[in-house]
Write a protein that binds this ligand. Structure first.
Ligand code: ADP
Length: 161
């Protein structure tokens, strides 16, 4: 039984995240998507909102479930009996941070491996930050996010797109 976790802020979930979820879920028995209570980043969406949007995004994916967590990623992996941490890589700019995080996690728990999936070219420039910025100017983000996320962004920014 190979179980993996896919941790992140998901503020909000984008098609880039969903692509990583689908591709990793196809290669493990069970995938637990973990929404991190991040003490550093100030999220636009509450945990409950991010949870709702992610659950909606993964509905119908039989071996994927969504959870929230606080604290260290390796502890979340252990709690779920997961041996793999999935992360997505977009540009080289992701690389340095991800390498440090993976090495730190490996030092703490060498039995948990971090595995990287390279972004699909379609989503290489897609990030939650970009999506929020576009939506904040009243532009449509329907090409980047699910209808529910698009609706929630419209509500947040009181837009009519
Ligand atoms: P974090 O705050 O932990 O970086 P994010 O929600 O921004 O959380 O991202 C979670 C994971 O998804 C990270 O590994 C990130 O690199 C990856 N990711 C985000 N957007 C994309 C994308 N467009 N393509 C591939 N991976 C992505």
């Amino acid at each position: 039984m190979i179980r993996a976790i896919y941790p992140g802020s998901f503020d909000p979930v984008t098609f880039g995240h969903i692509d990583i979820i689908k591709r990793s879920a196809a290669n493990v028995d069970e995938l637990v998507v973990g929404i991190l209570v991040n003490k550093v980043k100030k999220p636009l969406f509450t945990m409950a909102e991010r949870y709702e949007m992610l659950c909606d995004a993964v509905k119908g994916m039989e071996n994927v479930r969504v959870e929230t967590f606080e604290g260290m990623t390796v502890d979340f992996a252990r709690k779920n009996n997961a041996s793999i941490i999935i992360r997505g890589l977009r540009a080289v700019t992701d690389y340095e941070y991800e390498m440090q995080a993976a090495q730190a996690n490996r030092t703490i728990d060498p039995e948990v491996e971090t595995m990287f999936l390279i972004t699909d070219l379609k989503y290489a420039y897609l990030s939650s930050t970009t999506v929020k910025e576009i939506a904040s100017y009243g532009k449509s983000v329907d090409d980047c996010v699910t209808p529910l996320v698009s609706e929630k962004l419209r509500e947040k920014f009181s837009c009519t797109f």
